[in-house]
Design a protein around this ligand. Structure first.
Ligand code: CUK
Ligand code: CUA
Length: 641
């Protein structure tokens, strides 16, 4: 495609031999299969190997830097999305010790998430779904820095957005976005604070989607959504053309931008690949707010959320054409650019944010005048991260590489200067999607560690059958050269991560008794005249039975309780232990009932006592030398004949 890539090929003489030793034929094979349908579009660009390919020998010192001695704590919290496992995983960075799993859209056998009454209240009706697809975790901001209040994340599979409280690492709010299908890209307002949670609906559908226009895709649209991060209620929606993919917001609070593929509204794969250019849609947040304020909106179906028309030609959006089926969009941490990855084009498009005022004031003949540069990086660019020193790191899915490049030089090259903006290409194993550097979604990007979240691990780990783990590779980016230092196998399927300094998060080690997560359960007890911290009692209310008990290692407050066959039983357990790390569990054998009760927490769960007989309940969270003995009997009297 260009001289530039031929140049790389020349420099990379011998690289193929190295790779043959490392993984015979592997990269070429992957390239061939993953390129289906894309090579034509990419026009046969070379793989562009440069220095540093597979630089394992150089990795040793960096490996030392990644070592966190026993008993010492990591410098960063890393929040990894769990893809279609529906959860979030918390890693210590750089040790890559897995610290915690936070169930969100999935159900959790250990914590009872999706089974307890507290989690069902938070999940609303959608607790019936046991699956989710969590792609984009993001930590709330104040003035462009992470403030450690919340982590927000999307659910692509059931069109939800959830909020995790970072004082307790539990979900406290969840909302299903109306009139939309598949929440994918999700980012937060960075300034002055979060503020808005912006969420892309990916798929185009009729509005309302009630059976009309089934065969008329011309009447399908999608929506860009804003949720209030404080209340987790819908604020407004914006009707747009095409499929929204990934997005980001700027550092002023004024603009957000989303990649948008399928600009022709095709419903087939071939159709979606047809246009040479799709769009980045720029959203003018002030203008959208004004439109809502002025009543310049509609509503859809029985939803009362304001829907502002942001289709092509509207005042609230601009559609900047860029090549081709673009995917990732990441704001540079200096606040200057929205950088959109071309996916089926070997380029990324740099949109200059300080030109957007003029774009909205129609000062340009051509929307593309906001493009500051369109550097060619390699095959299959998907996502970009930053080191805070002017360099960007873009994943190349098809080339299985990370390319480090300089933003300023890319702009100068675009303006005709003869300067090389590519700094290094590093092989990763294999097929990277997102990448993510420490603090790289905030103005505090510190350029220490970069993770490449690779979709394929192939031959890097002990084989475990046909389903392979993914491979999240850690790269030292603190020096001039990227150095690969660690492989972390992960289960389905981290798409994205966010890494913040440990001092940016403050957790509680013991629950506050007045925590809102279980306030409704306490209110129910009060209505029953029960003090959950003291009373161990059974309240009968028709064929509903409420069992209140405390737990104090190694005892439950009740060593037995009696119900009738067919009763709907609600068990409320309050953990009166107040020592850090003294969690109890409650499990009823053969009833599908299990939950976590951490120190000073109240948890409750409801089930039907459908069979007469003796059923043991027990503590299933190891708490004491007599943990095995921490048990009691549910006595179920047979139904009277
Ligand atoms: S998307 Cu998965 S690799 Cu959902 Cu952020 Cu790009
Ligand atoms: Cu209580 Cu184990």
């Amino acid at each position: 495609m260009s001289d530039r890539n031929d140049e790389y090929k020349d420099k990379a003489t011998g690289a193929d031999d190295n790779q043959a030793i490392e993984n015979p034929g592997r990269r070429r094979f992957l390239g061939a299969t993953a390129t289906v349908g894309a090579l034509g579009a990419a026009g046969g660009t070379g793989t562009g190997l440069l220095l540093g390919s597979g630089s394992t020998a150089a990795a040793d010192d960096a490996g030392d830097a990644a070592h966190v001695p026993l008993g010492e704590l990591d410098e960063y919290y890393g929040f990894w999305s769990g893809g279609h496992s529906g959860e979030v995983r918390v890693f210590g960075v750089p040790s890559m010790r897995e610290l915690m799993r936070i169930p969100i859209f999935n159900h959790c056998s250990a914590s009872g998430w999706g089974m307890t009454n507290e989690s069902k209240r938070i999940m609303g009706d959608s607790y019936r779904f046991t699956n989710g697809d969590a792609h984009h975790p993001h930590v709330s901001y104040t003035d462009g820095s992470h403030d450690g209040r919340y982590l927000f994340i999307n659910d692509k599979s059931n069109t939800r957005v959830a909020r995790i409280r970072l004082d307790v690492f539990k979900v406290d709010k969840m909302v299903t976005v109306p009139n939309a299908q598949a929440i994918h890209g999700l980012r937060l307002q960075k300034a002055p604070r979060t503020g808005y949670v912006f969420a892309n609906a990916e798929y185009i559908i009729p509005h309302p989607n009630d059976g009309r226009d089934l065969d008329d895709p011309d009447n399908y649209w999608t929506l860009w959504n804003a949720i209030d991060g404080d209340t987790m209620e819908m604020k407004w929606q914006v009707l747009v053309d095409g499929n929204l993919d990934n997005m980001d917001a700027d550092y002023t609070g004024k603009y957000a931008a989303s990649t948008c593929y399928n600009s022709t509204k095709a419903v087939t794969l071939a159709g979606k690949m047809e246009p040479e250019r799709d769009w980045v849609v720029i959203f003018n947040i002030e203008r959208i707010e004004k439109a809502v304020e002025n009543g310049d909106y509609t509503t859809i179906g029985d939803s009362d959320v304001p829907v502002v028309d942001g289709r092509k030609g509207s005042a609230v959006t601009r559609y900047v054409p860029i090549p081709k089926n673009p995917h990732g969009l990441n704001t540079s941490t200096d606040g200057k650019y929205f950088i959109a990855a071309g996916k089926l084009s070997p380029t990324v498009s740099m949109i200059q944010i300080d030109k957007l005022d003029d774009l909205f004031d129609d000062k340009f003949e051509d929307e593309r005048e906001v493009i500051a540069a369109e550097p060619e990086l390699g095959l299959g660019p998907l996502h970009t991260s930053y080191d805070g020193r002017g360099n960007a790191y873009t994943t190349l899915f098809l080339d299985s590489q990370i390319v480090k490049w300089n933003m300023d030089k890319a702009v100068r090259h675009y303006n005709g200067e003869d300067v090389d903006y590519i700094i290094q290409k590093l092989d990763v194993h294999y097929q990277p999607g997102h990448n993510h550097a420490t603090l790289s979604e905030s103005k505090d990007a510190d350029g220490k560690w970069l993770f490449s979240l690779n979709k394929f691990s192939k031959d890097r780990f002990l084989p475990v059958g046909p389903l392979h783990p993914e491979n999240d590779q850690m790269i030292d980016i603190s020096g001039d050269e990227m150095k690969l230092v660690h492989d972390t196998p992960t289960f389905a399927e981290p798409h994205d991560a966010v890494i913040v300094r440990r001092d940016q998060i403050t957790t509680k080690q013991v629950w506050d008794r007045d925590d809102p997560i279980f306030a409704d359960t306490i209110a129910m007890a009060e209505a029953d005249g029960v003090d959950v911290e003291r009373d161990n009692t059974v309240i009968r209310d028709g064929d509903k039975v409420r069992v209140y008990m405390t737990s104090l290692a190694p005892n439950f407050g009740l060593s037995e309780f009696r119900v009738k066959q067919g009763d709907e039983v609600t068990v409320v357990v309050t953990n009166m232990d107040s020592i850090e790390d003294l969690t109890h569990g409650f499990c009823v054998i053969d009833h599908g009932v299990s939950m976590e009760i951490s120190p000073q927490q109240t948890s409750s769960i409801t089930f039907t006592a459908s069979k007469a007989g003796v059923y043991w309940y027990h503590c299933n969270w190891f708490c004491h030398a007599l943990h095995m003995e921490m048990a009691g009997r549910m006595l179920v009297e047979p139904k009277e004949a």
